[in-house]
Design a protein around this ligand. Structure first.
Ligand SMILES: [Zn+2]
Length: 226
């Protein structure tokens, strides 16, 4: 299987996802490659991930996860990180969410938008989260409805790829370092395994999928004119 390489003829990308850590579990290695080549990337998180740390109240978890996300983004060259303040675990594709997304797209003026996978399952038996699906649908709908977005190419970090970005060892290492910045989150998630080991295992499972021996990130393009 040989897929087309991810396009390179663009200058600005906006990554719009549901939660802190969503870019780190999929696309951060590619982001590192892009920022190294001088492209500008903005991260936009619909929620602050405040429901994501078991046993920690949301008012404590939200600010902590925002700080971890800002550090994580900086590792791969992203210094513009925005949080829209919608409720974690209760995202809905509402007019209010789409209006906030439209504002972000207008202000960041991207050539490329990356969002969450909208499918029901990552793989048979591995169900996707409702927040990812709702947010992804809101992004697709917003871009389709906005005027003057016809130049935008929209991709999800999907299960049925249309494009591939090959990665160097350096980019894989940066992606591991980036995910490891979610230190408190990962520590609570699995207290038995070190943060570094968890991050390494996760990134390897994403970047060397189907047992391939060269690392890559896969994307599915969504037709915004459909
Ligand atoms: Zn998520």
């Amino acid at each position: 299987m040989s897929l087309p390489t991810f396009p390179d003829d663009w200058a600005r990308a906006t990554v719009i996802v549901a939660h802190p850590d969503d870019p780190e579990y999929g696309v951060a290695a590619a982001i590192c490659r892009w920022t190294d080549r001088g492209k500008a990337v903005t991260y936009v998180m619909a929620s602050s991930g405040e429901a994501g740390i078991e046993g920690m109240p949301p008012e404590q978890a939200g600010p902590l996860r925002e700080q971890e996300q800002i550090r994580s983004a900086a590792v791969v060259g992203v210094n513009d990180v925005q949080f829209l303040g919608f409720p974690d675990s209760a995202l809905r594709n509402t007019g209010e969410l789409r209006a906030a997304i439209a504002q972000v797209i207008a202000s960041t003026n991207p050539d490329v938008v990356i969002t969450n996978f909208r499918g029901a399952e990552w793989a048979p038996g591995m169900s996707n989260q409702s927040d990812h699906i709702e947010l992804g649908e809101a992004v697709v709908q917003t871009i389709r409805e906005m005027p003057s977005t016809h130049h935008i190419r929209l991709f999800e970090n999907g299960a049925e790829p249309t494009h591939i970005e090959q990665l160097s060892e350096h980019e894989v290492a940066k992606a591991i370092e980036s995910l490891a910045q979610h230190a408190e989150y990962l520590r609570v998630l699995d207290p038995e395994t070190s943060v570094r080991e968890q991050a390494t295992a996760q990134i390897h499972s994403v970047c060397y999928r189907d047992g391939e021996d060269t690392a890559a990130v896969h994307f599915s393009e969504i037709d915004v004119r459909a």
